[in-house]
Structures are given as structure tokens and as C-alpha cells.
Design a protein around this ligand. Sequence first.
Ligand code: SF4
Ligand code: FES
Length: 276
Amino acid sequence: MTADSKPKTVLYRVLRFEPEGSSNPRWQEYTIPYTSGLTVLDGLWVIKEGVDPSLVWRSSCRMGICGSCGMFINGLPRLSCNTQISELGSSTVEVAPLPNFDILRDLVPDLGPMFDHHQALSPFILRPDREELEKPTAEYYQSSAEMERYLQFSYCIKCASCIAACPTVATDPVYSGPMPLAQAQRYNTDTRDDGFDIRKLALRGPQGPWRCHFAGECSRVCPKGVDPAKAIQLLRRDLVADYLRLRRPTPPAAVVEKPDDIARRPDIPEAPPATV
Ligand code: SF4
Ligand code: FES
């Protein structure tokens, strides 16, 4: 859309769904004025505040961080707050709830099954030293290189776009899907974690990475640059290595004695002497 061809108005086609209604889902159209920089979410607010207060969706931060505003916009899962009308190349905006989820109302998907799968894979650091975890006496050392191994997976904001794009999730509700599997890999790879043997109990089953057909759509649509398809392949590699007893368990990171030890880390250059 060039500056000259900017539309004066935008046509929104919104999929409406009322759980108590009889004629749904159904498309409803709204025409609103176009302003430069208008995002899909901004347009929904214009409709709600000036035209139809009954329209329902989920959003919060308006800055691509909270992950709550995922919608199916002009045929792709996207964050509505992070999608400008101008980048759609059309003056018609078609908005539906994310596919592969039940609809609670209008544009609000039921993300419960996704978070059930997520929780079942223990997406947090597991360690045997509970006493140290509950009453820490020092820190768990981790180098920058060790952090790099899982960093991209930690950028996930749980927006569910990857689940909505996954053809395996579309046909198999038992399969965990890209986000939960990427988060399992994120924690398996963390040198402070010792939970591989617990997570693998679930990962070896039908909810694990083996049902993935490697369509790669999850990584294509992720708005945060996470590569869940890669995480799923790494999970497969690690499960096979574990089965063949080739996987060297990552030992829990050493506990340093006191914060001063940070200065002795090999990855942090020594500070220059203080000058007066
Ligand atoms: S991996 Fe990407 S697309 Fe999937 S939930 Fe996380 S941020 Fe969203
Ligand atoms: S409103 Fe938070 S990511 Fe869009």
C-alpha cells in the first residue's frame, strides 16, 4: 500500500460467536476510518468504542509482549497489536479467532488445552537440591555460551500462533504442539536444570515430538522469532541419544560461594584497576 493509495476507510470482517446464540459463527462487517499507523487491534477498539460494544477479544500490553492478542488475520495467525493495516496490503481486514482452539466468544479462543500440555511438561527448572532452592545460599553459575543454547526459546510469549498454524495439532488433540515442546527443550537445555528424566516420561508418548510432520509452519508464523520446529528436532535427537544411553546428562551447574566469584568467570573480562 503506497502513500498515494492509502485507503480512507477500512472494512473489518469479524467472525462473531456467542455461545448462547443459535446462528453462529457468523461474519459481521464494520467500516471505520483509516489513520496512518493503525493496527488491527486499534481498529477493533475503534469498533468497540464507537460502533459495537458487544465485540469481544483478548488483549493487554499493546506492544507484542503479553501474547494475549493472537488472532487469525487475513489468513495467518498474527498478533493484532503488532500488525499494521498497511502491512496487510488490503483495505479489507478479516479477523477470526485462532484456529485449532474452541471459541469461547467472538475472537477469544480457549487456550486451556495448550496450557494443560505446557504444564504437563514441567516448564520450570527442576533440581534435586530442594533445600538450596528454598533457602538459597549462593548462585547457580551459568556462562553466556550455556545461556545461548536455550535463549531463543525463552523469548516465547505463549501467544499460541504456532499452535494455530500446526497441521498436526489440527488433527491430533493428544499431541502437545510446538509451544509446549519448545518450552520442554528450553528447560532440558538449561544447565541449571536436572529435569530431563521427568519430562521424558511424557515426551516419549503420543504427546511428544514424534507426531510432528515437520511442516515448519510454527516457526514461520512465530512473531518473536522462536524456532519451535528446531526445538522439536532437538528433542527427538536427545530422546534417541537417551534411549541409546549416549546422552550425557547435563550436570546441575556449580554453586558459587559468593557473588564476588563472578569476577573469576572465564566469560567476563577482568575489570580494569580503579583510577582516582
Ligand atoms: S513459540 Fe512463538 S508462536 Fe509459539 S507461542 Fe511462543 S511466541 Fe507464540
Ligand atoms: S496486546 Fe500484548 S501481545 Fe498484543
